[in-house]
Design a protein around this ligand. Structure first.
Ligand SMILES: [Zn+2]
Length: 285
């Protein structure tokens, strides 16, 4: 073997080693340890619910069960400047945040947590009667600083992930929503630049019938956008039935408009907005 070919082999070995070296090896080890601890936790035989109940003579376990499945998908933008920054954030303990998937501007997708485990992405949030969103949802973070358009390659990857999730867990179209929808007073992601209409066309989330833009028949609401109580359906009630937390009505209205009327950031409902709201509300009945 010549010195040159020996050098080539050494270079090839070094290159191969560099390819497989994972800078997250240490935190991946923590992941495996935590997953093991959870596996041990669910292997434990259930105890008597409480001592104040009459004792039973023996424990009986059922033979029919499997893991709980996610039923919602919550879409976020990271508000950070790169995927690398988000991967770093989600592998540090201090921020106490995570997501199941992180999708880069280039479409590269990191699946950071098993879909069966609970990521910490929703925070204090509410959708309909659900107050523990993290327990029932998959969190997807899109690398985006919050003011830029979402990249084509990123949306392509997102659609692939959504299709797999919808198929695997049988998630209904209504249950693909944004962080801003479930936390209207705290969050505004994904931004108004997010292509919700495109997603809805593929069966992820809902969109209104565009006939409401030209058919100017007034929506049959009982009151104006102030949401004061009157007999009949109010815009507040329609928002609440869709799922929005309407305790802060301007915030809920703004969240609805960010999603369905992204060209107008105002918290007020125009005549067209009211027709859009009524049309969406009807789809939730
Ligand atoms: Zn978010």
């Amino acid at each position: 073997m010549t010195k040159f070919s020996a050098a080539l082999i050494v270079a090839a070995i070094l290159a191969a080693t560099a390819c497989v070296r994972n800078p997250y090896a240490a935190t991946n080890k923590v992941y495996r340890q935590q997953a093991k601890a959870l596996a041990r936790q669910i292997q434990v035989q259930p105890a008597q619910p409480t001592d104040s109940l009459p004792a039973v003579p023996y424990w009986v376990g059922t033979v029919n069960f499997n893991l709980r499945k996610p039923n919602y998908v919550i879409i976020h933008h990271t508000a950070q400047s790169s995927t690398a920054q988000t991967l770093k954030t989600f592998t540090l303990v201090k921020p106490q945040v995570s997501a199941h998937y992180v999708i880069g501007r280039d479409g590269q997708t990191y699946h950071m947590l098993s879909d069966y485990l609970r990521a910490w992405h929703g925070g204090v949030a509410r959708w309909g009667g659900i107050t523990d969103i993290n327990s029932v949802s998959i969190g997807i973070e899109l690398d985006n600083n919050g003011t830029e358009p979402f990249q084509e390659a990123q949306v392509v990857s997102l659609l692939k992930v959504l299709a797999a999730l919808k198929r695997t867990y049988n998630i209904p179209a209504t249950n693909f929503i944004g962080h801003g929808d479930i936390a209207p007073t705290r969050k505004s992601d994904p931004s108004a630049l997010f292509p919700w209409q495109k997603l809805a066309q593929r069966g992820f989330g809902l969109w209104y019938d565009t006939t409401v833009l030209t058919d100017t028949t007034a929506a049959p609401f009982a009151t104006d956008s102030l949401g004061q109580f009157l007999p009949g359906l109010t815009p507040r009630e329609a928002l609440r039935i869709i799922g929005y937390d309407t305790q802060d009505l301007p915030a809920a209205t703004k969240a609805f408009k960010r999603h369905f009327v992204p060209t107008d950031p105002s918290p007020l409902l125009t005549e067209t907005d009211r027709r859009i709201l009524y049309n969406i509300y009807r789809k939730y009945l």
